[in-house]
Design a protein around this ligand. Sequence first.
Ligand code: ADP
Length: 403
Amino acid sequence: MKILVLNAGSSSQKSCLYEITEDTLPDHFLQLIWEAKVDWTHQQNVVELKVKTQGAILKEELEAMERSSIITHMLNTLWNGETQVIEKPSDVDGVGHRVVHGGEKYRQSVQITPEVKDAIAELSIFAPIHNPINLEGIEAIATVFGEVPQVAVFDTAFHAQLPLAATVYPIPYQWFEKGIRRYGFHGISHRYCADRAAQILERDLQELRLVTCHLGNGCSLAAIQNGHSIDTTMGFTPLEGLMMGSRSGSVDPGILIHLLRQEGFSADQLDEMLNKSSGLKGVSGVSADLRQILAAISENNAQAKLAFDVYIHRLRAQIGAMAASLKGLDVLVFTAGVGENSPEVRAAACEGFEFLGLRIDPEKNANSPKDQDISMPDSTIRVLVIQTQEDWAIAQECWQILR
Ligand code: ADP
């Protein structure tokens, strides 16, 4: 079965085509036959398209145009030119979309119907950047592929079983009834990492208490017990919790009241400050990218060092909170851009838990091995680095629903 995945971000659009057959199942590399990425951040008014297949690489710069036209252009490379991997659009059997917000209604992946599309549109009030671009992707697929079945895989779904105590904000209850509650995000990645961790350790996931650390541009943790997320650091929006690349994470809400009253901030200014000008970027004044922070630290930039220290302080505090929700910890997983690639962050985060008997092997940690255990044999907690595979996880969900 050929499954196409669309994973839309605010400034990028990733897409993959997998050929899934029962006998090659857990090996996703065997099944990835085409991947494409469109990047809007590359240069002003220019969009960069990269396409890769097993035998060809295509790089193009396109004039900025509507997102749907770019998606159509990207999809055309599936059956045209050097990157051609199928004969015609109808060779694709199903399309899976990463949809950021599924609200309270969608606790599992679903096949997209007009009703599901309406619900995704209604939930745009909670995810104003992401849900509308997910809908655009769904429409673009319908235009190019006609009646092909489409599946929505929600980033919130894995957290649908959070206990009420981890869901309700301590504000008047009426707001909870109006949908202001903790939803949690990055669920596709947290679930994939939990499954993969159990596989790597050859243990039953049901027996493990895990904290998965998804540390990319956006950062969140999940506490996983019996295979479900029972606590997580992101909440009503992907702004809560850890310090991130350019997002603040949790701050005293009194600061917002102060800025509104004393500094005359508008809602848009608060949004811009907390989402785009805070986090590593805001504190360091250098960059949202950890690599540049580390480079600045090596040149004795004190603000960059401070940004790193705040990031680690908050990461340790939240790992501790997740472990307390689990009443113990068997496995700590690091994933996404920072989690997979930064030995500095992993070592500093783990140092906070040496008192529990957690010990990582410095040599293994330094190599940033993918999908491996980096803890010492006598460590009381296993520590894994896992390469997250969100697109593969979406393809699998889609395959389960459509086969
Ligand atoms: P997104 O959340 O957009 O999917 P990623 O998971 O790709 O992001 O993570 C991107 C971040 O990963 C970058 O901003 C950068 O800080 C970090 N990163 C990537 N490679 C490295 C590396 N070798 N060392 C430290 N940080 C890295």
